[in-house]
Design a protein around this ligand. Structure first.
Ligand SMILES: [Cu+2]
Length: 272
């Protein structure tokens, strides 16, 4: 395909030291996405859907892509071994809890990569299948999911034991529900863009993140740390890279029509 041949490579080998407290609360900037609409966007808005935050759904002409990878720089912390005190059949005798999932090449999984200042583009629903958060082997799977504002998230329990789904949020209503194996699913939806943490009060190591979005320009890094954001209207944007344990950082990216911009970022743990 011509896209990769013409790919414009911008290598941003940024080693970042992040503030120790930059974790879960690092969403303030995303909530502050500008609602200012330029002339073009304002014109498009007259016949298009506009979200509460000012994002306008338009037909994307000659979109470009952002691909790249997020790597972890530094010594990977050893996993923590948690001794299970109950529900051995489902959870095992011990559970290995890793703060970071780092692949063999240093790729960092479960980082959320987002365009934080995009004001118009494709509809989010075209890129998201109904999000499902499962509880299996006393873990949430996957660890991070995306959900559109107002979209139904299905929370399942595949284990033969009771779990408890308790969300931690600031801009969304929280809930705290017990889920025995007999309860096929819990359906939840979220009103505002935010990174919502879900945890199980019964098994303290069980955590997950539901990233509530109002546009499609997000991705979650895979096991090798790679990500792809497609169909981006040409322009210059701020790309945020967020990880629950490492906080967030931002890069400026320029997207040209029909081309791919490559972004490579390394995150490091702060010296605490
Ligand atoms: Cu549980």
């Amino acid at each position: 395909m011509g896209l990769s041949e013409r790919a414009r490579r911008i290598h941003l080998f940024t080693i970042l030291t992040l503030a120790a407290c930059g974790g879960g609360a690092g969403d303030a900037d995303e909530r502050g996405v500008s609602s200012f609409l330029g002339e073009d966007a304002a014109e498009a808005a007259s016949s298009s859907q506009v979200s509460a935050s000012g994002y306008t759904v338009v037909e994307v002409q000659d979109g470009g892509s952002i691909t790249g990878s997020v790597r972890f720089s530094g010594a990977v912390p050893a996993p923590r071994m948690v001794r299970v005190t109950d529900d051995f059949d489902a959870c095992g005798a011990t559970v290995e809890v890793s703060e970071l999932e780092v692949g063999s090449g240093g790729g960092l999984a479960n980082a959320v990569v987002s365009l934080v200042d995009v004001t118009s583009g494709a509809a989010v629903s075209t890129s998201l299948s109904p999000p499902v958060l499962n509880q299996r082997g006393c873990r949430f799977e996957p660890h991070v999911i995306l959900a559109e504002v107002g979209q139904t998230v299905e929370i399942l329990n595949s284990d033969p034991v009771t779990h408890n789904v308790h969300t931690v949020a600031f801009d969304n209503r929280t809930f705290n529900r017990t889920q025995p194996p007999s309860l096929e699913k819990i359906e939840a939806s979220f009103e505002a863009t935010e990174k919502v943490m879900a945890k199980c009060d019964i098994h303290g190591w069980m955590t997950a993140w539901i990233v509530v979005v109002d546009h499609p320009y997000h991705d979650i890094t895979s096991e090798d740390g790679t990500f792809t954001i497609d169909n981006v209207p040409p322009g210059t944007y701020t790309l945020e890279i967020w990880h629950e344990a490492l906080g967030s950082t931002r890069e400026t990216v320029t997207v040209s029509g029909g081309e791919t911009t490559d972004v490579r970022v390394a995150l490091a743990q702060s010296s605490r």
